[in-house]
Design a protein around this ligand. Sequence first.
Ligand SMILES: *Cc1c(COP(=O)(O)O)cnc(C)c1O
Length: 376
Amino acid sequence: MTPKIARFLAERRLATPCLVVDVDRVEENFRTLQAALPLAHIYYAVKANPAPQVLERLARLGSKFDAASIEEIEASLAAGAAPEAISFGNTVKKASAIARAHELGVPIYAFDSAEELAKLARYAPGRRVYCRLMVDNVGALWPLSRKFGTTVENARALMLQAAELGLEPYGLSFHVGSQQTDPAAYEAGIARVAMVFTDLREQGINVRMVNLGGGFPIRYREAVPGIDTFALAIGRAMTRHFGNALPEMVIEPGRFIVGDAGVLCAEVVLVSRRGKDDPVRWVYLDVGRFGGLAETEGEAIRYQICTPHDGKADGPVAIAGPTCDGADILYERSNYRLPLALASGDRVELLATGAYVSTYASQGFNGFAPLQEYYL
Ligand SMILES: *Cc1c(COP(=O)(O)O)cnc(C)c1O
């Protein structure tokens, strides 16, 4: 938790659940990433946290934006981004969204299929396009890849087709999955992209950009390698495969920029045991899977939880949300322990909740209001 958030929480007794984000920390993270990968153009993945305060700060810092929908494009523009600084990075786009983005001046579009390419040729004629390759998501706590990307062979053919359709076959991309803890995943992605890159150049297609996606991890309960470790692995792989003729490099971080800038404040609603002597207590919070903690699905993202009794004797717990849905369980198998003194009415904080929380909150399931948000 940043000192600014700690002060804010101490001064104000906020109704819970609520998310508090330190926008200065967002800026620090942006600068850290820029320093680690000075040759890369940073396109912030808007979906991680699209709050205007976050987008405005990043736009002022010269960040570019990776948008997945026309709404995210409009939010980026409203925050002060130039249309040229926006990439329409979703490989699944409605024709109407493509047409509108083209009209707004968005210069570059992702694709991974022939049908999407045909839509782009029709609704965004002449624009730059880049093809997303399928890569392994091993090492990622929140994998994405089975849904997106295409094979090396397909990518090659589609990029040639893009040129025939009058589009500009500009680059190749991959995404190693979110919260990727293994730098080798980027090296493997770069190797795969390089194969297609070289082939296409030999066929007269002037590919110019490599998009390494996002995925850079942050610390939750467990430590992760630092950003410099990733930067080093990426730098080495780029040099190994491209030598001195380095292509334009793009990254699309989301979690790394906003994740540790946010704290989710919640209240303990109930602590109970199934049987009198059951060692495991069930702790019900006023926020759960439907209040924004969607990434606890499969217990993938394991948030660190602070309580007022930290340091005192603890015991095993299962942790759940307040709704009547059986799926609204956060952690049952991840060996969480919380203080034995914990009781209903206690306030707790879930750390590093700045990414992929605010927009995942439901519209009042069971009557619970969406998460309140504060940006400092
Ligand atoms: C979600 C997403 C990102 C951001 O991923 P993080 O793991 O948050 O860095 C980047 N690019 C694409 C295409 C995405 O879908």
